[in-house]
Ligand binder design. Structure first.
Ligand code: FAD
Length: 547
């Protein structure tokens, strides 16, 4: 006889076996019906993967507080954890309303919302301020689900809640610390931002946000990093290696048609534990870049002002020295021709010596004159001041031209001359002497201004251009003056040659000859453009500094 092994039916195994044996000895329709019913119950139990008593135990032992209520929130069941959380034993709480847990400080709208959801047969979840049996307060994170019958109508409510008081306290602490950090960061005048690996800004301060506002929403961190990258080809590799950097000067145009603003940029890399699920066990760390941009525009402007003033003073000094040099050189030059004549007369008298007593006396006097003349010439030579000695360096011609234009602004304005300055944005460097190149540009600009002032031409324009051409740094200056006739285009570079009337102020005719000297000294070339017919255009080229 097969032994029936049933587990959880309402009849015991022993009773069932007795029933089966009775039926086998004396079968009856009533006994058959009873056994049928028991077997059907047994079979249905066998089909269920999880017997109901396991579910009961699971609910009872669950680590969250579980309660089941009727439709008026009267408690019908509460599990063990409910007792742990609330302090109420099942016999103390069953039959009472869930509202005994209310601390009465949760806003009424929350309860209204809760009940509206339940009435609409929907699940509700939220946070309530609860009180335990001992009247102490706690924060309950609660989820209430309507239990529906086979017609979809609610019969009960299932409430699951847990005490989140300490979690909330921790969240608050984190929030407070974040607020504290933000307050500290906002009080720092430098713009600060934390960027992730993909250059996304995760955290910033008020000064940074203001800078972004000035940039009309453009990401300031990207702009500044990109500007450094343009100046320093190795910077991208440095960032790639996650290498920190300090106090890099960088300028950027924040608003169009405004002077560029200057910043001192410092970048510090740090690593933090990743917050992805994978990182829970791997402990993976991700890099972040803390960027600090300290604005130094005011200091830079101050420095620039000092530099311009110093340069203005230096140029004025150089110009004065140059005038003295030119005047003395002209005086020596002028003295040399009568002196040569005197020498010739002396030679002649010496050859005739003795033929005439008068000649001897004259010879003596003229000899003395020559000695005095020689000594005067020597003194004049010695009095010619030397140009200030400077070391050659790698230079940017754009900057030199820009400086000269700055110091000449007042004069250009007073002469009503329009300047068109067209520098090529990236000009290769040249190697040379800054003061010499500056006086060269200044001389050419002065020549152009004077040419325009002396002409009746209504157009009063000077165009200055720089460009790069296969190993050469090119500079041209064109004016709308009368131009230089073809026959004189070489002669103008000779010393003491001037197209202007003699005695006209400071014109010694040395300007272009000195320009030529500077060009030669820099291994460059200079010419008056033969194809330019609207005035005069001087073309100059210098070899690029390959080093
Ligand atoms: P109440 O007088 O109970 O009601 C406040 C608002 O709810 C009123 O707007 C009222 O109209 C509405 N309301 C109340 N009962 C019903 C109802 N049966 N049908 C429709 N609207 C109704 N509250 C807690 O404070 N803490 C808990 O942990 C908590 N757990 C709950 C668990 C379950 C499963 C359920 C169903 C409810 C639970 N509640 C809980 C809600 C609780 O029943 C009370 O509604 C709440 O505590 C407010 O009580 P009260 O005495 O201040 O106001």
């Amino acid at each position: 006889m097969p032994e029936l092994k049933q587990k959880n039916t309402s009849i015991s195994t022993q009773a069932l076996n007795t029933l089966v044996e009775s039926y086998l000895h004396a079968p009856s329709p009533a006994l058959a019906k009873t056994l049928h019913a028991i077997l059907a119950e047994w079979e249905s139990e066998q089909e269920q993967p999880l017997p109901p008593h396991i579910l009961d135990k699971a609910v009872e032992q669950s680590p969250v507080a579980i309660s089941i209520t009727d439709l008026n929130a009267n408690i019908l069941y509460a599990n063990g954890c409910f007792t742990e959380v609330t302090g109420y034993l099942p016999e103390e709480i069953v039959g009472k309303n869930e509202s005994v847990l209310s601390y009465k400080s949760t806003p009424p709208e929350v309860y209204q919302e809760l009940w509206q959801a339940l009435m609409a047969k929907q699940r509700w979840s939220g946070v309530l301020v609860n009180k335990r049996k001992d009247e102490s307060r706690y924060l309950a994170e609660l989820c209430i689900t309507p239990v529906l019958d086979s017609h979809g109508e609610p019969t009960h409510y299932l409430g699951i809640h847990r005490d989140i008081t300490s979690v909330f306290a921790l969240q608050q602490q984190v929030k407070n610390q974040k607020a504290l950090i933000e307050t500290v960061l906002d009080s720092i005048p430098a713009a600060m931002a934390v960027l992730d690996d993909e250059r996304k800004v995760l955290l910033d301060n008020q000064a940074y946000r203001k800078l972004v506002g000035d940039l009309r929403g453009k990401e300031a961190a990207h702009l500044l990093l990109d500007e450094i990258g343009k100046e320093d080809a190795g910077f991208a590799a440095l960032l790639e290696r996650r290498q920190s950097f300090q106090d890099i000067e960088v300028s950027c145009v924040v608003r169009e048609r405004e002077e560029p603003r200057w910043f001192l940029l410092t970048g510090i890399w740090f690593r933090e534990q990743a917050s992805t699920a994978d990182a829970f066990f791997s402990g993976e760390k991700v890099p972040y870049l803390l960027l600090v941009a300290q604005e130094i525009t005011a200091q830079k402007q101050q420095q620039e002002l000092i530099r311009r003033n110093a340069m203005r003073a230096l140029m004025a000094e150089e110009e004065r020295t140059q005038e003295v040099r030119e005047t003395l050189a002209a005086a020596v030059y002028q003295l040399e021709s009568p002196f040569n004549m005197l020498n010739a007369v002396l030679d002649m008298l010496q050859r005739r010596e003795g033929s005439n007593a008068m000649d001897g006396t004259l010879l003596g006097v003229l000899g003395e004159v020559r000695e005095q003349g020689l000594s005067t010439l020597k003194n004049l030579h010695n009095a010619i001041p030397n140009a200030t000695a400077t070391e050659p360096a790698t230079l940017n011609l754009n900057r030199i031209v820009h400086d000269v234009l700055l110091v000449s602004t007042e004069r250009l304005l007073s002469e009503g001359i329009v300047i068109d300055w067209q520098p090529v944005p990236t000009l290769p460097p040249l190697y040379g002497w800054e003061p010499k190149l500056r006086s060269m540009v200044k001389q050419l600009l002065d020549n152009a201004i004077e040419a325009i002032s002396a002409s009746d031409e209504s157009r009063r324009e000077i165009l200055l251009q720089t460009s790069a051409d296969e190993g050469w740094v090119c500079f041209s200056i064109s004016d709308s003056g009368p131009g230089i006739p073809e026959a004189l285009r070489l002669k103008v570079f000779e010393p003491f040659f001037s197209t202007r009337a003699p005695g006209g102020g400071r014109h010694t005719g040395m300007g272009l000859s000195l320009v030529q000297e500077v060009v030669n000294r820099h291994a460059g070339t200079i010419e008056i453009d033969p194809d330019y017919s609207d005035g005069c255009r001087v073309l100059i080229r210098f070899p690029v500094d390959k080093q």
